[in-house]
Design a protein around this ligand. Structure first.
Ligand SMILES: Cc1cc2nc3c(=O)[nH]c(=O)nc-3n(C[C@H](O)[C@H](O)[C@H](O)COP(=O)(O)OP(=O)(O)OC[C@H]3O[C@@H](n4cnc5c(N)ncnc54)[C@H](O)[C@@H]3O)c2cc1C
Length: 378
């Protein structure tokens, strides 16, 4: 490593906090610590040019959960835990909007809709049986009754349905605009964001963390890993697993009627109208062997499954053409709850945000920054 004295003194050492990962969680953590401690030296180290996990790849749903997703969550969590996580997602969206504004996020509140086809009949019945219980719980916690059931066969041009469960409090934002706003906020608050720096390992001593990276050794008083599941090797007991999510976007469709955000099958499939095109992601539950990976990429099987679903179930009135396909990597655990934790002295983790990080990410950053802040007062 050809490191100069100036580089070492000015850029590699003397940080109060190094955050690893420039996704929603990492940038939010850095911003929130700077809010609390404006004099601190804080930097974010990102291995990629922008962000190479999920934060610049996602669908931009500002949602706090579909009913079949909640029913699925009840396998691993109690009813109160499921409601409490949904409430945190709701509050996370509120915080995001407060911090960056609807205009800046290009956020539109067009409602969310969960679709049930004939093959989803069992799930529809389960959701209908529990909808009042969830509405009552949200009424107590947030003073809203979000979910409305409609036993319709057609909705916004989508045919062969048995029902739709809508949530009028759901919105869709522009993911690029959101990440851009977070990056700009970081820089304006004096956070340094370095791209192309891959963190390989770390070691701690009484007053310092030494961070081994692709460009040399960095030093800080604290380190926060906001690397989704990418550092699962360093934190094996946190059980962070990688799941790939593939996404397609069509070319513009002239007769497109869709308005809002759409969910299907426990949120595994999702789509929305973006500027007259359909963005759709999902199908990973049908391909668990290939999609349990932290390697980005698309497969013909998943892209075909997504395309067929769109062409045959959602938009059969004219031919669709795919403009772009990409993937993102989720960090998931044994249930949907993220990890926000001091894992050892000076070392923090904010990770495993699964498929809910747009909603909950800025709140996770606030919680993690709170933990880091109080560690300086111990
Ligand atoms: C296709 C897709 C659609 C989604 N849709 C939605 C949605 O509609 N609504 C919603 O709420 N959530 C959605 N999500 C989930 C949401 O995007 C994630 O929960 C959130 O982006 C996670 O943010 P993060 O900062 O924890 O992780 P990431 O965004 O993955 O950031 C981690 C960063 O760490 C970096 N990194 C990894 N290893 C290293 C290393 N060794 N050194 C340095 N840097 C490293 C990575 O490059 C990456 O930039 C979706 C996710 C995907 C993949």
């Amino acid at each position: 490593m050809n490191t100069s004295y100036w580089e070492r003194e000015t850029f590699l050492e003397n940080y109060d906090l190094l955050v690893v990962g420039a996704g929603i969680a990492g940038l939010s953590t850095a911003i929130e610590l700077k809010k609390r401690r404006p004099d601190f030296r804080v930097a974010v180290l990102e291995r990629s040019w922008l962000s190479d996990g999920a934060s610049s790849k996602n669908a931009g749903f500002a949602c706090f959960g579909s009913l079949s997703e909640f029913v699925d969550d009840l396998k691993d969590m109690s009813f109160d835990e499921v409601v409490s996580l949904a409430v945190r997602r709701f509050q996370g969206i509120e915080k995001l909007v407060k911090d960056y504004s609807e205009e800046r996020l290009l956020l539109e509140w067009n409602g969310g809709h969960e679709l049930f086809f004939q093959e989803d009949e069992a799930s529809f019945k389960e959701c209908c049986a529990i909808v009042d219980r969830f509405n009552n719980a949200f009424e107590s916690a947030l003073n809203i009754r979000p979910y409305t059931v409609s036993a319709v066969q057609e909705f916004q041009g989508i045919k062969n349905l048995i029902g739709v469960i809508s949530n009028k409090y759901e919105g869709g934002l522009n993911t690029g605009a959101m990440l851009n706003a977070m990056r700009e906020r970081s820089v304006s608050q004096g956070v340094q964001v370095f791209s192309g720096v891959e963190v390989v390992n770390y070691s701690t001593s009484k007053n310092e963390v030494k961070v081994e990276t692709s460009v040399g050794i960095w030093k800080a008083k604290r380190i926060a890993f906001c690397t989704s599941s990418f550092h699962s090797n360093l934190f094996e007991d946190l059980q962070m697993n990688a799941k790939r999510n593939q996404v397609i976007v069509t070319k513009p469709i002239s007769d497109l009627k869709l308005n809002g955000t759409f969910h299907h099958q426990q949120g595994f499939n999702y789509f929305r109208n973006i500027n007259g095109r359909i963005l759709m992601g999902g199908m990973r539950h049908l391909f668990p062997a290939t999609e349990s990976t932290c390697v980005q990429g698309n497969t013909e099987e998943v892209v075909s499954a997504l395309t067929n679903f769109l062409q045959h179930k959602i938009h059969a009135t004219s031919a669709i053409e795919i403009d772009l396909a990409w993937s993102g990597i989720l960090g998931v655990g044994k249930d949907e709850r993220p990890v926000v934790k001091e894992v050892q002295e000076h070392v923090f983790v904010g990770a495993r945000l699964g498929g809910i990080g747009v909603a909950i990410g800025s709140l996770i950053g606030e919680e993690l920054a709170g933990l880091i802040d109080s560690s300086f007062s111990k």
